[in-house]
Design a protein around this ligand. Structure first.
Ligand code: ATP
Ligand code: MG
Length: 293
């Protein structure tokens, strides 16, 4: 049975402080030598573990989990969210998708929107895209920054460094207050993206997933990769690391994400709340009363 072991984890994690190269250090097509059956079995096993872990997370009501997904179009964010979270109790789980910001959102600082969407204690919150767009798409398209009505010192040359620092501080604050923050970049290759776009165009049931704008963004591929690379170097921290997940093989991608989430939750040593002894008496009294009815 495949297991997300320390060695694989190390290969996928962006080591804090390290000057990584996306192209050199992270292959979109990781060979895990897993058969289809093996990866399906591994995913089922992780999803089962996640179900139990989430139940305790919810009952204990102390920690929360924030899972961030970033990727180029067609890398498989939606499918990964669907599969990995398939065993979760919807009551304790929420997904928030970050689209282009509204006028109201633009009239606030860039962490206002995510702050409102954070998971409560006991819950799992998923960000499908996130505030990282603020150092990715906004960096690739400087006109988006222009639209943000920022004072001169917040849009000058040092803006990206400043934002990386603000993001690190924000995440540190979350972690110190009980939120586990996991960040996944689904690393699809440019060739594989093209193949998936062509499939979306060829198959009528997939037309809705395709947008001509996606091809325009593909034209900025190198600028995006440069922005991602700098972002990972600056914001993969000990408290909120980035994982670069090979995304050309969807089955492995899902197994890897599920395995990493399980490991992070297991580290919390979650447990069901222990009922204090005076409450135990109340339980016994309630039992007696019910039985006497
Ligand atoms: P996705 O592309 O994530 O699968 P979608 O196609 O349903 O989702 P879109 O309408 O394409 O949704 O919205 C996502 C788009 O919003 C992306 O192109 C993303 O770059 C953009 N976006 C997200 N956050 C911001 C931001 N803060 N500033 C500018 N653009 C943003
Ligand atoms: Mg889109």
């Amino acid at each position: 049975m495949f297991e997300m072991n320390a060695e694989i984890l190390k290969r996928l994690r962006v080591k804090p402080g390290k000057k990584i190269s996306l192209a050199r250090d992270f292959d979109p097509d990781f060979d895990a030598s897993l058969s289809r059956e093996e990866s399906e079995a591994a995913l089922r096993e992780s999803v089962g573990r996640l179900t139990e872990l989430q139940d305790k997370l919810y009952a204990q009501n102390t920690y929360s989990l924030l899972v961030i997904f970033q990727a180029m179009d067609a890398a498989g964010k939606d499918g990964t969210i669907k599969h990995v979270m398939s065993g979760l109790n919807p009551q304790g789980c929420q997904v928030f998708s970050f689209k282009a910001p509204s006028q109201e959102e633009l009239d606030h600082d860039f962490l206002w929107r995510p702050a409102k969407a954070l998971p409560e204690r006991g819950r799992v919150g998923i960000f499908n895209r996130s505030y990282y767009e603020e150092v990715l798409v906004v960096r690739v398209h400087p006109e988006f920054l222009e639209r943000q009505q920022l004072p001169p010192h917040a849009k000058g040359k040092g803006v990206w460094k400043q934002r990386f620092q603000q993001i690190n501080n924000f995440e540190r604050h979350l972690v110190e207050n009980g939120t586990v923050v996991l960040k996944f970049f689904l690393n699809v290759s440019k060739d594989e993206q093209k193949k998936r776009f062509l499939e979306r165009i060829a198959e009528p049931e997939k037309h809705w997933k395709f947008s001509a704008q996606d091809v325009v963004e593909r034209g900025h591929w190198d600028a995006y990769m440069a922005a991602y690379q700098e972002c990972f170097r600056a914001t993969s921290t000990d408290w909120a690391p980035w994982y670069v997940i090979p995304a050309d093989d969807k089955a492995f991608m899902r197994v890897a994400v599920a395995g990493i989430i399980c490991r992070a939750l297991e580290k919390l040593k979650l447990s069901y709340p222990v009922i204090p002894s005076d409450k135990l008496h109340a339980l016994a009294d309630a039992k007696a009363a019910l039985e006497a009815e």
